[in-house]
Design a protein around this ligand. Structure first.
Ligand code: SF4
Length: 121
């Protein structure tokens, strides 16, 4: 496991935790990752970064005026309420099989995550 290489990126511990969460949650809900793995990788990195900065994996695909308040509100803590209630993930992390963008994977390689992170610094 490498050390945190840039303060813009999540720590390896959070990245690993959110990778595991995403894989387990996809299996549990019968959803699939996007056919384009870099989409999945960017969302997982965003969740991990929020977990580091805020203590909770706040959805990374939204704009917030006050992130701390949103964390307390919990609506957009992943898995968010729309996902839990209706399997709606606007980040395209968890896709139902009928979604045109859904791939056939419920796992993602750490190498793919690392590759996406390199493009984010
Ligand atoms: S839309 Fe919901 S389920 Fe999808 S990544 Fe954001 S918080 Fe998680």
């Amino acid at each position: 496991m490498t050390e945190q290489i840039n303060e813009k990126l999540s720590t390896p511990k959070s990245l690993e935790a959110m990778k595991r969460f995403a894989e387990q949650y996809a299996k549990r809900t019968g959803t699939y990752f996007c056919a384009e793995p870099s989409v999945t990788a960017v969302v997982i990195e965003g969740l991990a970064k929020h977990k580091d900065d805020l203590g909770s994996p706040l959805c990374p695909c939204r704009h917030y005026e006050d992130k701390e308040a949103e964390v307390k509100d919990a609506f957009w803590n992943c898995p968010c309420i729309p996902m839990r209630e209706r399997k709606e993930c606007h980040c395209m992390l968890f896709l139902t099989p009928d979604n045109d963008f859904a791939g056939d994977q419920q796992t993602i390689e750490m190498e793919v995550l690392e590759e996406a992170r390199k493009s984010m610094v």
